[in-house]
Design a binder for this molecule. Sequence first.
Ligand SMILES: [Fe+2]
Length: 259
Amino acid sequence: MLLRVGARDYNQAFFESVYPVPGGMIDIHCHILPAIDDGSPDLDTSLAMAAMAAADGIEIIIATPHVGMTGRAAWSRICEEVKRLNNALQEERIELRVLAGAEVQSHVAVTKAGQFCLASGSFFLLEFPSTHLPVDSLEIVHTAVRQRITPIIAHPERNAAIIQEPGKLLPLINAGAKIQITAASLTGDLGPDVAACAGFLVRNSMVHFLGTDSHSPGFREPILSKAVKKASRYMGRKKALALVRDNPLAILPRNLPRN
Ligand SMILES: [Fe+2]
């Protein structure tokens, strides 16, 4: 399922002008910022993650530290850390750019989610508990959409209730939510139940983004290509690439910060 966003063509041109290598991938979910949540513990680890991602063909990572129980960074701190990491990447000549984002846990008031949109656009990464779908999940989506921000539900294929009944996602998608699954889920690295659910969602066009949700080089590696290959088998190469390129491009705002 391709996203239809008016800014897409503009962003494509902008992207190509800044990043001359065409076809690079964009990871919209990664805990690459150092010492801000349970992801990368230090700058060296962040640089190692970046080098792995760049070698895989990833050109942009949206850094998505947890906001909620497992992280409480303010947006200003996230932006500062992104700037610092981009400077370090330039010094190390690693061809990768990091943008600011967050992974907002669902108990955080949705009225605050607008402060944490990916790349300061109008889409935010929404994390439900892994054990169940909260009773107010549909209301959260409705409230966000009323505020003109779009929730991207992070890795529902790892949620026990969705594994049992993937159709529970449909009302949320119909209400306007988008879906991001984890690359390692699709490749089978997170177990057969999660892989089966991820495969089901991809085959039924219920997925809009593939993200690594990487926390370190060894904890869900920052690699997308293997999952794209797997998704290609289910939906063809063009649609699989849209999950890591066209759709992420479509959610980047026109005035993408150049820091
Ligand atoms: Fe995450």
